[in-house]
Design a protein around this ligand. Structure first.
Ligand SMILES: C[S@@+](CC[C@H](N)C(=O)[O-])C[C@H]1O[C@@H](n2cnc3c(N)ncnc32)[C@H](O)[C@@H]1O
Length: 258
């Protein structure tokens, strides 16, 4: 059914991978020593485990909220490893979920945990929106005449401005039905310099280079959309605006396209 052939060969256990580091931070078991070393180094100066957990809480809250608004299809790009509380486990049981990641391990492990015809996991790159939207699995799973949610959680900080992230989002959203949603969280330059330096030093490898964006630059990802309350907020504060905020300054929000 899926083109898994050869993917295991493309997993390199000697180089850290963002998906596996993140899996380790969330308490998963799909990671190698090299990933755990990177995570442990960064955790010495930055509460990255708490950050990953706050990000995951946002994902869960966002899916629950959109479910109450009647959204029954989700495209989760940069979904990572299946570390529990995935979109399809939180959404309505009739929902269809397309997972997309460019990390071969995330894709193979993800597929092995999915069954049924309401979910699919494809290998795709956010920098190639056409490739994602024209993939046969996407066309099989997603109804382009009904609103959907595009989820880009904890990964826009891997896409430099030179790759035209605003154009990527526009291109993806333009294929979805009117009234579709963008769910996005990403690191910002409000993160203390010491923390950024540590992440830059230890988390650097192809695919894990970090882009530290200004808050205003993140707001521009939602241009032309109506923000769901409470708007673009520190990730811990979606939706509870009274929640304590950690020092990591990750921005999170949900926008609704006209
Ligand atoms: C920090 S994890 C976030 C996982 C998940 N979205 C969450 O919030 O729990 C980032 C994920 O983005 C993936 N990724 C990085 N660059 C990507 C790209 N250009 N296209 C698709 N996925 C990418 C990584 O492989 C990794 O699985």
């Amino acid at each position: 059914m899926h083109d898994t052939h050869g993917m295991r060969d493309m997993v390199d256990p000697t180089r850290p991978s963002a998906a596996r580091v993140y899996d380790y931070l969330l308490g998963g078991t799909h990671n190698f020593a090299v990933d755990r070393r990177v995570a442990d180094e960064v955790m010495k100066v930055a509460p990255t485990r708490e950050l990953a957990q706050a990000n995951r809480r946002f994902l869960v809250a966002a899916v629950r909220h959109l479910t109450t608004l009647g959204v029954r299809q989700f495209i989760d790009i940069g979904s990572g490893l299946p570390t529990g509380q995935n979109v399809h486990q939180v959404a309505d049981e009739t929902a269809r979920v397309l997972y997309v990641d460019n990390d071969p391990l995330a894709v193979t492990e993800g597929r092995s945990l999915l069954d049924g015809d309401r979910t699919s996991y494809i290998r795709g790159d956010l920098r190639d929106p056409q490739g994602i939207m024209t993939h046969p699995e996407t066309n099989k799973l997603i109804d382009f005449t009904a609103p959907a949610a595009l989820m880009i959680i904890g990964m826009m900080h891997y896409i430099p401005d030179g790759d035209d992230p605003i154009g990527i989002i526009r291109s993806l959203m333009s294929k979805l039905a009117p009234g579709s949603f963008l769910v996005l969280s990403t690191a910002t330059d409000r993160l203390p310099p010491r923390v950024r330096e540590s992440i830059d030093t230890h988390y650097r490898s192809p695919g894990t280079l970090m882009v530290w964006r200004a808050w205003e630059a993140v707001e521009r990802f939602f241009d032309g959309m109506e923000m769901e309350p409470p708007g673009l907020v520190p990730v811990e504060r979606w939706p509870d605006t009274t929640a304590d905020v950690g020092p990591w300054a990750v921005a999170a929000g949900i926008g609704r396209a006209p």
